[in-house]
Design a protein around this ligand. Structure first.
Ligand SMILES: [Zn+2]
Length: 165
């Protein structure tokens, strides 16, 4: 992510697409969008792990669907209500990260990205940290002036990127 103008090196705001000094239009607008969407997902995951539904709920579109394929088994899709009703303070949660974001589709009000998500958890057994990694397709929709997460399609992978079977 660039925070300065490619022509005159003036510093730019995160959501600024045109330099106020020399008028250069930012070339990496897609990158800016990916940063914004990843931040929304990160905010959602942190709120969810704390059981904070007041923050988590508005980040999900009404049609939100979560699908996980884990160990070769595709679990039953879960809708927004089912997912939110399972949110509570998760003391087993350690950290969440999202990376390798790539834009797959983009229209004015709908964006699909691929990414890798890594949730690090404390095992209940020996206090060590265990990663839950997934290759994910995330769909976002733009409504009432903001992006919401509309679908999440996850496949469990190991730390080498191989699908866990
Ligand atoms: Zn400039």
């Amino acid at each position: 992510m660039q925070n300065e103008c490619s022509e005159c090196n003036a510093s730019l705001e995160t959501n600024q697409t045109k330099c106020a000094y020399c008028g250069t239009t930012r070339q990496n607008f897609d990158e800016q969008l990916l940063v914004e969407l990843a931040a929304i997902k990160r905010k959602y995951e942190l709120a969810f792990s704390r059981g904070n539904k007041l923050i988590a709920a508005p980040l999900l579109a009404d049609e939100y669907t979560y699908i996980l394929s884990d160990g070769g088994v595709v679990e039953e899709p879960r809708n927004k209500n089912a997912v939110l009703s399972s949110a509570g303070l998760d003391t087993n949660f350690n950290s969440y990260n999202i990376y390798n974001e790539e834009l797959l589709e983009r229209t004015a009000d709908r964006v699909v990205i691929s990414c890798v998500q890594n949730t690090v958890r404390r095992t209940p057994y020996d206090g060590e940290f265990t990663s839950y990694i997934s290759r994910t397709k995330l769909t976002f929709v733009y409504r009432e002036g903001r992006w919401q997460i509309a679908a999440e399609d996850c496949i469990s992978i190991d730390e080498y990127g191989e699908v866990i079977l």
